[in-house]
Design a protein around this ligand. Sequence first.
Ligand code: NAD
Length: 309
Amino acid sequence: MAFFTRQFIRGFSSTAVRNVVIKQVTVIGGGQMGAGIAQVAASTGHSVTLVDTSEDILKKSVKGIEGSLKRVVKKKFADKPEAGEEFIQKVLQKVSISTDVGSAVQSSDLVLEAIVENLKIKQDLFGRLDKLAPAHTIFASNTSSLPITDIASPTSRLDRFGGLHFFNPVPMMKLVEVIATSSTSKETFESLMNFCKALGKTPVSCKDTPGFIVNRLLVPYMGEAIRLHERGHGSKEDIDIAMKLGAGYPMGPFELADYVGLDTMKFIIDGWCEKEPNNPLFQSSALLNKLVAEGKYGRKTGEGFYKYK
Ligand SMILES: NC(=O)c1ccc[n+]([C@@H]2O[C@H](COP(=O)([O-])OP(=O)(O)OC[C@H]3O[C@@H](n4cnc5c(N)ncnc54)[C@H](O)[C@@H]3O)[C@@H](O)[C@H]2O)c1
């Protein structure tokens, strides 16, 4: 009987039908998003291991985190610079770096992936990690446009897999979309919601549908603004002014598209269009395609709908 109970408990815990209090986090991908997520997690007392493909990239990520923390501290500790410096050191101590994903996930409660937006590469990564991470470890992806169900498919922990969609810049943006697939357990979902709250963010619950909530509304909105302009119904400048002053938006749709990146926007729309070719909201536009073909991706390349210095 005792043996049975032990086996039962072991089996029970190995499928992790319980809430996990997330303390140790492995963030895979030290780019724009991964570095931001690592910074916020470390700032709120979590131990973070940041993983990328090379030491050089990781050193740049840590430098970026330090620079961002300095900006935070300038405001938060304006009249106590020493306390600010202490805070920065304390946060940086919470972040370790690694190029060895296998060892990085060994004591992890959560593995959060923020690598390149490519389904096959994400699937390969999670397929490998599934064999390396402890049974209780929750997996999550920060994908903007790929179905979480597809990313999770090579793993045997579909109940411990969800989406955590952060927004850029992560330290500033309050929202996290928490995505539950049809297989995500209630306990996993609650653990992810609690983790977001512990980060000081506001989580919202989403289904695993294209664009979740924010991008599902924003991308077609930006697309329609481009088509409105293409039909000759308004200049870019007038449409931007109209939406800022008439709808109270902080940026117009063309400014926003340049900020998001026109390559990213096209990638998202083309992916959705492939799945739902007849959906008029998921169509690309000649102007968007032309700018992307010319390498004009928006702010990051110095030119998109507008020119930037
Ligand atoms: N940039 C945004 O505004 C934004 C917002 C929300 C979500 N996202 C999503 O977050 C993810 C990352 O986006 P980003 O803008 O930070 O990209 P990025 O290009 O800035 O960073 C990606 C990082 O992942 C690393 N990487 C690639 N393959 C890897 C692998 N196999 N193992 C370890 N590291 C690997 C790269 O070296 C790079 O440092 C994407 O899925 C994207 O859709 C982006």
